[in-house]
Design a protein around this ligand. Structure first.
Ligand code: PRP
Length: 183
């Protein structure tokens, strides 16, 4: 789905599919260099990270493995509380492995704070984070993120894996949702 198919639902396009592709290619080159002699395990956080995982992994020129976690955060309304429950754990024992967590977006950073401490307790050889998007509030929760696609303003964004009510994940670009859709 392109923005032209849902133009009434979007205020603006923040990044086109081509811009997302180009940035991912840059990041993939850095990740290739970092893990050239290592066997990296990409850990995707369902569901939003499906698109970035698919594109990043295929942009790599080195071997990688993939695994997935599903987590749910408890919170009141739209606010995340940072209390996280694992709905689907990894299939892989990450002890001694080089792990790269792949996320679509860091908003408050609470999800990743939990995830990082949980994964570190499993004693991986290394643990790094790549996120395609990061919002300003993430700065309040110190999570050491090695690769960030784009820092974005605090807008209600959809597309490239990000949803509203389950929709828009399959939008190729990242767009700002028009208020009439969610108000
Ligand atoms: C999103 C995103 C992150 C999390 C970030 O997932 O994929 O995992 O929120 O938010 P935080 O930094 O405030 O903790 P979401 O819970 O919306 O699930 P989804 O990927 O299935 O849409």
């Amino acid at each position: 789905m392109d923005d032209s198919h849902i133009s009434a639902d979007l205020d603006r396009v923040l990044f086109t599919a081509e811009e997302l592709d180009a940035r991912l290619a840059e990041i993939a080159a850095e990740i290739d260099a970092e893990y050239r002699d290592k066997d990296v395990l990409l850990v995707g956080v369902l569901t939003g990270a499906v698109m970035v995982m698919a594109d990043l992994s295929r942009a790599l020129t080195t071997h990688c493995s993939m695994d997935w976690m599903a987590i749910s955060s408890y919170g009141s309304g739209t606010q995340s509380s940072g209390v996280v429950r694992i709905l689907k754990d990894l299939n892989t024992d990450i002890s001694g492995r080089h792990v790269l967590v792949v996320e679509d977006i860091i908003d408050t950073g609470l999800t990743l704070s939990y995830l990082v401490s949980n994964l570190k307790s499993r004693e991986p050889a290394s643990l790094e984070i790549m996120t395609m998007f990061r919002k300003p509030e993430a700065a309040e929760n110190a999570v050491d993120v090695k690769w960030v696609g784009f820092d974005i303003p605090n807008e209600f964004v959809v597309g490239y894996g990000l949803d509203y009510g389950g929709r828009y994940r399959n939008l190729r670009c990242l767009g700002s949702l028009a208020p009439h859709v969610y108000s």
